[in-house]
Design a protein around this ligand. Sequence first.
Ligand code: MF3
Ligand code: CO
Ligand code: CO
Length: 257
Amino acid sequence: MFNFLDKMRFVCRLASEVLEYVEFYVKPGVSTGELDSLCHNYIVNNQNAIPASLGYHGFPKSVCISVNEVVCHGIPSNKKRLKNGDIVNIDVAIIKDGCYGDTSKMFFVGSPSILSKRLCKVSQNSLYLAIYMVRPGLHIKELGKSIQKFVELENFSVVREYCGHGIGKNFHEDPHVLHYESDDFDCILNEGMIFTIEPMVNVGTCFVRVMKDGWTVKTKDHGFSAQYEHTVLVTKYGCEIMTLRSDEKISKIINHF
Ligand code: MF3
Ligand code: CO
Ligand code: CO
């Protein structure tokens, strides 16, 4: 009935719709545990889908929520309340019909500083710039090279420890999508490949530490960090942004004739 690509388009749309849904609730005073519950219930009851992160390698919650100096894999908690000026990444990954979709964006709580807003903008634009490069024949390492160059021209840094990944019938597959310059894991893009791009950008140095909970990743220097993630499909002449949201001002299908 539905082929693999149709299923991928569907699950990716569901993942992006969770981010659209939760936006209204991201306000000063709400706890990240409450935001997790809202996302969980929406995914399970409204979308009849499965939160991919819940139980993944033992992760205890349904979405990752990473605030300020938390780089990624923040564990939602009822004790962690958002306050004016926070910048918050919510990372939603979903399983539907055996297929995975994965996306994240930054939310502003009240009015963050000019620097925090610039950090988020640079992180998002570094993702967009890489997305615009995606087409068959491209060496995947060119994505990381361009992301790093762009981010460092803005005097920010790119986290090295975590990368984008192939996605489909598994959460994390080949290829590795590095966000910095390297010849490691290079490959040539082909039509039909599906992967995420998800650069983590820091105000200060690129170094990170994993907390004692085994999950929460923070910047070593406690500077703020921002991340945006999309799942993209390589098409004949460019790519399709499978997790595009309605708040984004770019087109879902990018063709370079
Ligand atoms: N969604 C993350 C990614 O972009 C992975 C989270 S795994 C978890 O790849 F276990 F921390 F949820
Ligand atoms: Co991902
Ligand atoms: Co993700």
